[in-house]
Design a protein around this ligand. Structure first.
Ligand code: AMP
Ligand code: GLY
Length: 451
């Protein structure tokens, strides 16, 4: 069942508007450990730090942006022993996992199986739930088991290559090949030529993406417009968060190589009441119920990567976490207390919650290192933070070097803004994007162009 959604007047589901008063009586204050170091984690930290339920926020490893909101701990996201020790040392009451890697590697199971920390809730699915993202073959089988709309597919290994090629023969170009496992966002190939697709299929099976492409999922190509929908689940019930559209290609007009995401916008105008009702009935509810029915108690974020084809929603992919850079706009639009929702996910009490959205548009524009997503340099000094007015600056790939903040990744800074509409919000982000400076900075000036 969904928790209540309280949207701005005129939006979908405003029938759920209630006059409930927030319970503000002396909340028990918690110490929270947030895992990760990107723009998503800075945005989560920004939102968590606003909660009256937080005593102290720790971030492992964090970045110079999160250092302004809590205490960064120099522990890697996959250093489970280090993280467990930190939980004990700092008397952490709740762990929130940002990126997918630790989830797919089993951080939740690792905590559950260690009596020293087994009572500390870790927000994120366990290893079995994280397969929604960690194995495309698992997620496709899951969707077919539960009649969730998605592209036709065939899973190929070295043992059934000929059948895979026969499936390609049944498809029209372009051909979609996906590494089964995690591949840092690079595991999807879309090819126009069948011979090239067969060649790439063989290269993938031969180890192009290491063990991740020992199995390859071939998919029917779907043509439409994409958007990202997020829920937080307690295993039985869920709350729907603001939706967003991200811009994955490096070049304007959605051209060039895929990136981690060059910007995002929320709300998404085409995700209107009628569309979202279909998304909830055909995709969200069957997913949460399907997980439960398979004995997977999923406590965490589910990211539905959707595509609208002739007005109907299909799942392109699931992720077991929030999106980046979508989180940099979703957190701006979520007016409810995130920590209260995280607690609800941990305790199985989401059905009694109300989620409220800000009526304004939120956008983010990603400043990236020249050359990204191919080779780029790190260590460039970033200046101009003090000149920013009217935007919220999230650090994505930065690090502290003495008294300077320098670039430390492809995606460097996410400049996020509110506006009464998309154009107003974008004008703020673009203005401030110019004011933040580093050598070979690049950003797309057409975020939101297709909405
Ligand atoms: P992913 O890395 O799984 O997010 O996929 C990258 C991008 O590939 C998606 O955002 C889509 O734009 C595209 N894509 C993936 N699967 C399909 C499909 N079956 N049909 C069309 N486009 C797809
Ligand atoms: N923005 C897409 C992702 O986080 O995977």
């Amino acid at each position: 069942m969904r928790c209540r959604t309280k949207l701005p007047a005129g939006s979908f589901s405003s029938i759920f508007i209630t006059q409930e008063k927030r319970n503000t009586s002396n909340p028990v204050k918690m110490n929270i450990l947030l895992i990760g170091s990107g723009g998503r984690e800075h945005a989560l930290a920004w939102k968590i730090a606003q909660s009256p339920k937080v005593n102290q926020l720790f971030i492992a490893p964090g970045n110079p942006g999160t250092a302004e909101l809590g205490i960064n701990l120099p522990i890697g996201a996959n250093d489970f022993d280090g993280l467990k020790n930190a939980v004990i040392e700092h008397q952490i009451d709740m762990v929130v996992v940002g990126p997918e890697d630790p989830l797919v590697n089993g951080i939740v199971d690792e905590f559950k199986n260690d009596p020293r920390v087994s009572r500390i809730p870790v927000i994120g699915p366990d290893k079995s739930g994280a397969r929604l993202e960690g194995s495309k073959d698992f997620s496709k089988r899951f969707m077919f088991r539960h009649n969730i709309p998605t592209a036709a597919y065939f899973s190929v290994t070295a043992d059934n290559l000929n059948e895979g090629i026969a499936f390609l023969d049944t498809q029209k170009p372009p051909y979609v090949l996906k590494a089964d496992g995690l591949a840092a966002g690079k595991g999807v190939l879309i090819l126009n030529d069948k011979e090239e697709a067969i060649h790439e299929l063989k290269t993938m099976l031969g180890g192009k993406f290491g063990a991740s492409s020992k199995t390859v999922v071939i998919e029917q190509f779907l043509s439409g417009i994409e958007c990202s929908v997020f829920v937080i689940s307690d295993g039985k019930d869920y709350c729907i968060l603001p939706e967003a559209k991200d811009y994955k290609r490096i070049g304007e007009g959605d051209t060039g190589l895929n990136t981690g995401g060059m910007g995002a916008v929320s709300p998404v105008p085409f995700a209107d009441a009628a569309f979202m009702e279909k998304v909830e009935n055909r995709i969200i509810r069957p997913t949460v119920e399907g997980l439960f029915s398979e004995g997977i108690i999923y406590k965490g974020f589910i990211f539905f990567g959707l595509i609208r084809v002739d007005g109907e929603p299909y799942v392109i992919e699931y992720n077991a976490r929030m999106g980046d850079p979508e989180t940099e706009v979703v957190m701006l639009r979520l007016t409810s207390d995130l920590v209260d929702l995280l607690e609800g996910a941990a305790n199985g009490t989401l059905s009694g919650k109300t989620v409220e959205f800000d009526h304004r548009t939120a956008v983010t524009v990603m400043l990236v290192s020249g050359g990204y997503p191919e080779e780029y340099e790190k260590g460039k000094e970033i200046t101009g933070f003090g000149n920013v007015e009217g935007s919220i600056v999230f650090h994505a790939g930065t690090t502290q070097k003495g008294d300077k903040v320098v670039t430390n990744g492809g995606r460097v800074i996410a400049v996020s803004s509110y506006g009464e509409n998309k154009d107003e919000a974008l004008a703020r982000s673009f203005k401030n994007a110019e004011l933040i400076r580093f050598d070979k900075k690049y950003f797309r000036k057409d975020i939101g162009f297709d909405l």
